[in-house]
Each structure stands twice: as structure tokens, then as C-alpha cells.
Write a protein that binds this ligand. Structure first.
Ligand SMILES: [Zn+2]
Length: 83
């Protein structure tokens, strides 16, 4: 059984240099923030000292990635169960 934490990867725009980069957050953190409505702290891949909280727009984008990610996960486990 795998114990490694799945990471959700999604593009975000750095508020300091406006550069788009891919960041990864543990799926459990994203799930918690989206389901409880708590603040989600983001960190860009280019400026490591820059930390900010996800805006409403970013949360919506993140939800899209989160939905497709969790659906893929479900399909994966279902396919394993069939074989
Ligand atoms: Zn930056």
C-alpha cells in the first residue's frame, strides 16, 4: 500500500514578477481548503519568499484542477479493481 501523499499541480501567476509557474500542494491541503472554505496559502515557483493567499478566482481555478484530479484518481482505482 502506498503511503505517499498525492500532490496536486496547477499553474499560478506570481504576484511579484507576474511569471506563471507550476506549483504543487498536497491534495489533502487543497481538499481541506476547498471543503472548509479556509484560506489557501500559495507559494510561487520563481520567488520562493513570496507567499500569498489564493483569491476567489484562483480558488475557482484550483477547484477545476482538483475536480479533474480526484476524478482521475477514482477512475484509476476503479480500473484496478476490475482487473
Ligand atoms: Zn516571481
Amino acid at each position: 500500500m502506498r503511503t505517499e501523499t498525492p500532490f496536486l499541480r496547477f499553474p499560478t501567476v506570481c504576484p511579484r514578477c507576474s511569471k506563471e509557474s507550476l506549483i504543487a500542494l498536497p491534495l489533502s491541503v487543497v481538499t481541506g481548503a476547498l471543503t472548509t472554505g479556509s484560506k489557501l496559502r500559495l507559494r510561487s515557483g520563481c520567488c520562493f519568499e513570496v507567499v500569498w493567499y489564493a483569491s476567489e478566482v484562483e480558488r475557482e481555478q484550483l477547484r477545476e484542477y482538483w475536480l479533474s484530479f480526484t476524478m482521475d484518481e477514482e477512475q484509476g482505482s476503479r480500473a484496478e479493481g476490475v482487473t
